[in-house]
Design a protein. Structure first.
Length: 301
């Protein structure tokens, strides 16, 4: 029995992928060994061991190959999704690209087996669809985490602005109010404010730091607030008034959002009501009558 050309291509791709995977898996520690030997040759004694940062951590061979092989727009998209997800240290862009490669190779094997088991167009769809889904699943996961983070920041922003407005009205400056809110607050927005303050402390311009805050989070309401703060500082407007107006606007927007969600409930209830509740009610209400009619007609015969 001769194999089809697509089966030969799938077998060759899977074999090459598994070979590359094992080669890079067992050869990825060479960069670490080189760095250790270089440190020993320098004969420098460090007082304590400092954990390497994300940028300083040695990259394995698979992530390096993926970074070189993937298109630059896709690498930038992965980095942007990672930033929007809060820069998780356990899910760096290099690890995401490595996971994409692994899941893509596993998807090729699973897709090939399913394409051989299922005949017809469905087998071709499974053979090509499963590798694509496995390859892009880490990016979808990052996007989901980033969307949840945006929603959390959007919910926390009105209360944060209220606290900053109270602190400014009490006599603190805007930076001092931001420091107090960032240190005493919890959640994603407080973490972003801490990072913005750190950017300002290392010498970054305030406007650039505020714009980076809006760009990192990607929240429209926070972007409007940052734009209002920048304009207030440029034109000399009192920041307390800006904070109060922004807090009132966001509070009103949150109330309207809650009302809109509440008005959507009857529409969402219609489908389960017609599909599950109404048939059960008809059976309970009309069932005894229907049984009585059936018994009456059967007795007449």
């Amino acid at each position: 029995m001769q194999l089809q050309p697509i089966a030969l291509i799938a077998i060759a791709t899977f074999t090459v992928g598994v070979g590359i995977l094992f080669w890079f898996a067992f050869g990825g520690a060479t960069a670490t060994r080189k760095q250790m030997l270089a440190n020993l040759r320098r004969q420098q004694e460090k007082p304590k061991t400092v954990a390497p940062t994300i940028a300083e951590k040695p990259k394995n061979g698979l992530s390096t190959l993926m970074r070189r092989g993937l298109p630059l727009p896709l690498v930038k998209t992965i980095t942007r999704l990672w930033t929007g997800a809060g820069r998780p240290e356990n899910n760096t862009p290099d690890r995401v690209m490595s996971t994409m490669a692994l899941l893509g190779m596993v998807g090729i094997g699973v897709g090939f087996l399913l394409s051989r088991m299922v005949a017809g167009p469905m087998g071709l769809v499974l053979g090509f669809g499963i590798p694509v889904l496995g390859f892009f699943y880490p990016m979808v996961r990052l996007q989901s985490i980033g969307a949840d983070r945006k929603e959390a920041i959007k919910r926390q922003l009105p209360d944060t602005l209220d606290q900053m407005s109270i602190a400014v009205n009490a006599g603190l400056g805007f930076d001092a109010a931001m420091v107090r809110v960032a240190r005493n607050g919890r959640g994603e927005l407080a973490q972003e404010l801490v990072r913005t303050l750190q950017d300002i402390q290392v010498g970054q311009a305030r406007r650039v730091a505020y714009e980076d805050l809006a760009e990192r989070t990607g929240v429209d309401t926070l972007r409007r607030f940052v734009r209002s703060i920048i304009q207030a500082e440029a034109y000399g407007i009192a920041l307390s008034d800006v904070l109060m107006s922004q807090a009132d606007e966001l509070r009103l927007e949150r109330r309207m959002y809650a009302e809109r969600k509440a008005m959507e409930i009857p529409v969402k209830v219609v489908f389960p009501l017609l599909l599950f509740i109404m048939p059960a009610m008809f059976i309970v209400v009309m069932g005894p009558g229907a049984l009585g009619i059936i018994h009456a007609f059967s007795g007449m015969k």
